[in-house]
Ligand binder design. Structure first.
Ligand code: APR
Length: 181
């Protein structure tokens, strides 16, 4: 585990399973239709139970889903968190289709919504670094820098990044080291 204090708040990077985190909100690496999938999305819906998809179905009916770079909150069902914040990360197609901006936006919007819900702590997985093939180093830099900027303005006290494998953990931990704060 690695952590850095920012104005009395903290960013943590750790290796583990996001469904097991004891935080107020966990973020799901979803798709824009909120239809579920493999990876973290599959793990969160499996562990949280059917209530989460019921709410995703409602959001899809009301607003069509969640555009790339945006985020929406649902219950966390059986998980210990109070909310799942679903964000649709960009699919990496070489970097010239606004992927960096959209990935930053996923983190900004998720942190904003967690703050609105009154959360004190939240956990992100590595958004877009799996099926969506975003280069991990680049994603880690954007994720950590955006979290540091947003944390300063937010009522949140902790933003945690939970990486499943040791290689991704090392890369996010290095990005936290590089953060100039
Ligand atoms: N906890 C933490 N991290 C996890 C977990 C877990 N339980 N399960 C998988 N991961 C890791 C993966 O190893 C990867 O490093 O999450 C990272 C993100 O991978 P994906 O889940 O593939 O997310 P993403 O690249 O954003 O792709 C999203 O995949 O599952 C579908 O519906 C989803 O279409 C969407 C797409």
């Amino acid at each position: 585990m690695k952590e850095k204090a920012i104005d009395g708040k903290v960013i943590r990077v750790l290796q583990g399973d996001i469904t097991e985190q004891e935080v107020d909100a966990i973020v799901n690496a979803a798709n824009s239709k909120l239809l579920g999938g493999g990876g973290v999305d599959g793990a969160i819906h499996r562990a949280g139970g059917g209530e989460i998809m019921k709410e995703c179905d409602l959001i899809r009916k009301e607003q069509g889903g969640c555009p790339t770079g945006q985020a929406v909150a649902t219950t966390a069902g059986k998980l210990s968190a109070d909310y799942v914040i679903h964000t649709a990360g960009p699919v990496w197609t070489g970097g010239d289709r606004g992927e960096d901006y959209l990935l930053g936006s996923c983190h900004r919007e998720s942190i904003r919504i967690a703050g609105e819900k009154g959360c004190i702590s939240m956990a992100f997985p590595g958004i877009s670094i799996g099926a969506y093939r975003f280069p991990t180093e680049r994603a880690a830099g954007i994720a950590i820098e955006t979290a540091a900027e947003e944390l300063e303005k937010s009522s949140l006290e902790e933003v945690r990044f939970v990486l499943f494998d040791s290689k991704s953990y090392d890369i996010y931990a290095q990005a936290l080291d590089k953060l100039e704060k």
